[in-house]
Write a protein that binds this ligand. Structure first.
Ligand SMILES: Nc1ncnc2c1ncn2[C@@H]1O[C@H](COP(=O)(O)OP(=O)(O)O)[C@@H](O)[C@H]1O
Ligand SMILES: [Mg+2]
Length: 449
């Protein structure tokens, strides 16, 4: 019978060396530890601000964070509205949002009570339907029904309101402005659209006005403007030929539509411009704060840093970095690692100690391979966690020690309900996110915690 393994035996030559990244120093966190930040700082954001904007590149957790912040604020007694965009279906369902569109929908208290929470405030959620927001805007600014109908019927409007680059971002801001002005809520949390570049969103108001003032638009409108307001007919005659030629050459049938659309649109233009300026004012205001959401991946972090610089440069209020989906480190990695490698070494020399307990279908070699593979993946997850910690540390160094950086671990399952969101909040608002996330992370929606 093989000798049982002596786990405590740390015979120097026999011990396999741990992988390069692994040193005890790293494990205890020298140089990579995330400092605790003053808790009040992040609390103050939702206590004192009226608008929280969650920005970041696609897929990092903006929608999830927006919903989580909304839940936290409602629990603390705020009347809060989350303006969200494309929430994952399961999250929408579990909040009861499956049926609604552009309406502000209160989340019934029972949804909280079902998971053992009694909110002191109220949470409402609204899904931003960009097309309808745009329509609403036209309704508001069109000088009369004729212009309005003309715009609605226009193919170009259909295209622009649905798909034009930037119109989504602009409409999100519009809605924010409109609801903010009504003062029905203590706090508005704005989720931002899944843009390729997070910055698109900040530049949306300016882009729309730039577009309208741009050379192409001016060129298309020039004949009309030269003929004066009453010259629409002349314009039609005079340019119809040109447009006809262009359409033949380019195969584009839309130029006439474009011109007509822009002409109708000009009547709204002053209203739009004023609005864009007002929205810009809100973004810079004392009542607003930006949460920059990122993953610990290099590309997302670069985007977050870029956004941060842009906020600082344009004097907009930065609130905190939320680093989401962080691989949680294992606190006593080195020790576990050493013990297992000792075990494997002993097993290799003396035979697999548990061989007599294995069912006949599993050979000792098969078992050993399994343990080695498991060890390898343990090592990998350790390395991922270590890289994440280094990335977060880099972010801290970049932003300065005063900046709030919170970390949220990657959960085993999607975050899809109020319970899951409160788990996230343990890390954003509680002690969890101050240092490295705990290795014992319960799956989202699970009951532990
Ligand atoms: N910490 C996390 N752990 C596990 N899954 C997460 C975490 N944060 C977000 N998710 C999931 O990742 C997906 C993308 O998140 P989402 O908030 O929709 O990102 P974004 O709005 O930035 O595109 C969702 O399915 C969400 O449930
Ligand atoms: Mg989203």
């Amino acid at each position: 019978m093989p000798t049982p393994p002596r786990l405590r035996d740390r015979g120097g030559e026999r011990r396999r060396h741990p992988p390069e990244r692994v040193t005890r120093e790293r494990v205890v966190g020298k140089g990579t530890r995330i400092d605790a930040m003053p808790e009040e700082k992040i609390d103050r954001l939702i206590e004192e601000k009226k608008i929280v904007i969650c920005a970041g590149s696609g897929g990092v957790g903006k929608t999830t964070t927006s919903a989580a912040v909304g839940v936290e604020a409602a629990i603390r007694g705020k009347r809060v509205l989350v303006l969200t965009i494309d929430p994952a279906r399961r999250l929408a369902n579990s909040l009861g949002l499956s049926e609604i569109g552009n309406e502000e929908t209160p989340i019934p208290a029972e949804r909280f009570e079902a998971v053992g929470i009694a909110p002191k405030g109220e949470l409402s959620i609204m899904m931003l339907d960009m097309k309808r927001t745009f329509d609403h805007l036209i309704e508001q600014f069109a000088p009369n029904a004729e212009v309005r109908e003309k715009i609605f019927a226009n193919d170009v409007y259909q295209y622009i309101s649905g798909a034009l680059h930037g119109s989504h971002e602009y409409m999100a801001m519009e809605k924010l402005y409109e609801i903010h002005a009504r003062k029905d809520y203590d706090l508005l949390v704005l989720d931002t659209p899944p843009t390729r570049h997070a910055l698109d969103f900040l530049e949306a108001p300016k882009r729309l006005t730039d577009f309208l003032e741009g050379r192409v638009v001016q060129w298309i409108l020039r004949p009309y403007l030269a003929a004066g307001r009453k010259g629409f007919k002349i314009f039609q005659k005079g340019t119809a030929k040109l447009f006809g030629i262009l359409e033949n050459v380019t195969g584009v049938q839309l130029l006439q539509d474009v011109a007509e659309f822009l002409l109708s649109f000009r009547d709204l233009f002053d209203g739009f411009k004023e609005r864009a300026e007002a929205v810009d004012g809100i973004l810079r205001g004392e009542e607003t704060t930006f949460l920059l959401i990122t993953s610990p991946q290099r590309a997302a972090l670069a985007e977050a840093r870029f956004f941060y610089k842009r906020l600082v440069a344009s004097d907009m209020p930065f609130g905190a970095f939320i680093v989401n989906r962080v691989h949680p480190p294992c606190a006593n990695f080195s020790e576990i690692y050493m013990r297992i490698t000792d075990f494997l070494t002993t097993a290799r020399e003396n035979g697999m100690p548990l061989a007599h307990r294995l069912p006949p279908s599993i050979s000792p070699q098969c078992f050993q391979t399994l343990i080695e593979k498991t060890l390898f993946s343990f090592e990998q997850s350790y390395n991922l966690a270590t890289i994440d910690l280094e990335m977060i540390e880099e972010l801290r160094n970049f932003a300065g020690r005063e900046a709030v950086v919170r970390t949220v671990p990657i959960f085993d399952a999607d975050v899809h309900d109020i319970r899951g969101l409160t788990e996230i909040n343990r890390f954003i608002f509680g002690e969890g996110g101050e240092s490295s996330p705990s290795p014992q992370v319960p799956p989202a929606g699970g009951s532990a915690g």
